[in-house]
Write a protein that binds this ligand. Sequence first.
Ligand SMILES: [Zn+2]
Length: 103
Amino acid sequence: MKPRKIPLRKCVACQEMMPKKELIRVVRTPQEEIQIDLTGKKSGRGAYLCGKTACFKLALKNKALDRALKHNVHADIYRQLEQDFVKVEDQFIANKDTIEDDE
Ligand SMILES: [Zn+2]
């Protein structure tokens, strides 16, 4: 058995490289909608954030998501995302060990 390489992604807020499953993916869909993608499988341009509300707040403050997604993320969307983020945080942490790496 060869050791598996852990896929790393960079958190757009704190710029830290983290294993992909430690991060929450935010995706800009082809319909130009910004969504949280817990499955990591939605199509579109993705940006990653640590599964921490603090990082979401940082991203909100310095518009890291706007830059990462090359899209003007409206304040309403940030607000919506914040609610989703808080909601999914617990779920995300609970699910973390069961998300499969397929890359
Ligand atoms: Zn972060």
